[in-house]
Design a protein around this ligand. Structure first.
Ligand code: ATP
Ligand code: MG
Length: 199
């Protein structure tokens, strides 16, 4: 068989396989996604989907549960170029440095109240809950309440959650779960976090 014929045969098989899978997935509804793991690419993937949704004129919002000491490019871009898009960050600036359980928990709860409201907003299409998993891991938020709010969200709203861990119940509830695995990170070789890449 010629190279062209082999290629065409492989593509025909691929096409048939894809069409068969599409035929087996007839249901359409909003989705819950979890981007987890110890590698780089969770938050940026969440924002990637947000840009995608924006491309179709969808209504989007962001809640960030951990605010770094430094503004990120995505924050600057949204606040400066799309000031109408709801963008909330943990108020008192929870970072790894505050180390005050009561204050951090209060901040987490205030921030969650914003998220809970957005989860009920009937005209919202896409919500990014960035670094939410840590709020569960530190027990700042009650897992049952969070899972219930996610499950009972407005029907057309898709939600992307990022952060390491998150627990098996959250994983169970989500429709798509991706683990970003760290194979190598520049930081480990002593390379400084870079503007436009890391923040
Ligand atoms: P990004 O925001 O770049 O998509 P992320 O959301 O997957 O990263 P986080 O755990 O939220 O990762 O950490 C954010 C910051 O930490 C980024 O600057 C990122 O480059 C860095 N980072 C992510 N993974 C690692 C790692 N395995 N080792 C060192 N630094 C990391
Ligand atoms: Mg992140």
């Amino acid at each position: 068989m010629s190279r062209d014929a082999r290629f065409n045969q492989a593509m025909r098989r691929q096409q048939a396989a894809v069409q068969a899978r599409i035929a087996q997935a007839p249901e359409e509804r909003s989705l819950l996604l979890l981007l987890t793991g110890d590698g780089k690419g969770k938050t940026t993937s969440g924002f990637g989907m947000l840009w995608r949704a924006l491309g179709y004129g969808q209504n989007v919002a962001v809640v960030q549960f951990i605010k770094g000491t430094q503004a990120s490019g995505e924050e600057l871009f949204l606040r400066q170029r799309h000031p109408g898009i709801p963008f909330f960050q943990m108020g008192t600036g929870f970072t790894w440095d505050t180390q005050n359980f009561a204050a951090d928990q209060a901040a987490a709860r205030r921030t969650w109240a914003q998220a809970a409201q957005l989860l009920q907003q009937s005209d919202l299409d896409f919500l990014l809950l960035d670094e939410l998993t840590y709020m569960l891991a530190y027990r700042f938020l009650e897992e049952d309440a969070v899972l219930t709010a996610l499950r009972e969200r407005s029907p057309r709203l898709s939600v992307v959650i990022t952060g390491r861990g998150g627990g098996s119940a959250l994983r169970e509830l989500c429709d798509t779960v991706s683990e970003v695995k760290n194979l190598k990170h520049a930081f480990d070789a002593g390379l400084k976090a870079r503007q436009g890449i890391d923040y």
